[in-house]
Design a protein around this ligand. Structure first.
Ligand code: ZN
Ligand code: FE
Ligand code: FE
Length: 196
């Protein structure tokens, strides 16, 4: 009769999956950094690559704290995310659009990792593996910060620049009409007419 698995076994299994995911990312991130057009985006990806290498080592410490051998188990989830990122990098986009897509792909990877580490921290705490939980929390914090950095870059100009080539703005026309700043639609009464 087959023995029933425990949460501890599921935990070690998830650790192996995540260990493999991080290793896949150490191979994928250099290609993504190379594909980035914005120097800030390239820098952010490169620094997260460095962090990812430390995350691999941190997982080795987690295995050690549990007296388990550090061993990976193929992570299909991150493999799919990486595959989609690579397909996207083959597309012919303008520079800002390519960067916006690169951020989208990178954030999918970060969110996948955040979900994995969130579960791992919670399971480790529930079972009293506090050293493991602390290490895993450190990585979770790094993934969250990396995700936020990507949002900042996207919203700090890259998306806007990409949107500009998709839908050129009518700024020039507005200037010609000499409308007051923030007047918005011509159907709305201007502030001067409202005051009267
Ligand atoms: Zn346990
Ligand atoms: Fe990671
Ligand atoms: Fe990450």
């Amino acid at each position: 009769m087959a023995e029933m698995g425990t949460l501890h076994e599921a935990f070690v299994d998830e650790l192996r999956d995540t260990y493999d995911a991080e290793k896949q990312l150490t191979k994928a991130l250099p290609k993504m950094a190379k594909a980035a057009n914005s120097p800030e985006l390239r820098g952010a990806i490169e620094s997260h690559l460095e962090e990812t290498r430390h995350q691999v080592e941190r997982l080795e410490q987690v295995f050690e704290s549990l007296d388990e051998k550090a061993r990976g188990k193929h992570c299909d989830g991150i493999a799919g995310i990486i595959q989609e990122a690579q397909a996207m990098m083959q597309e012919n986009f303008d520079e800002a659009t390519a960067d916006a897509c690169l951020i989208a792909a990178a954030q999918r990877a970060e969110h996948y990792e955040m979900a994995a580490y969130g579960t791992l921290v919670s399971w480790a705490r529930a079972m009293g593996h506090d050293d493991a939980a602390d290490l895993l929390q450190e990585t979770l914090d790094e993934e969250t910060a990396a995700d936020e950095k990507l949002s900042t870059l996207a919203e700090g100009g890259i998306n806007e620049q990409a949107a500009e080539s998709a839908h050129p703005s009518e700024d020039e026309e507005e200037e010609e009409e000499e409308e007051p700043v923030g007047a918005g639609s011509s159907k709305r009464p201007s502030s001067s007419s409202r005051r009267r």
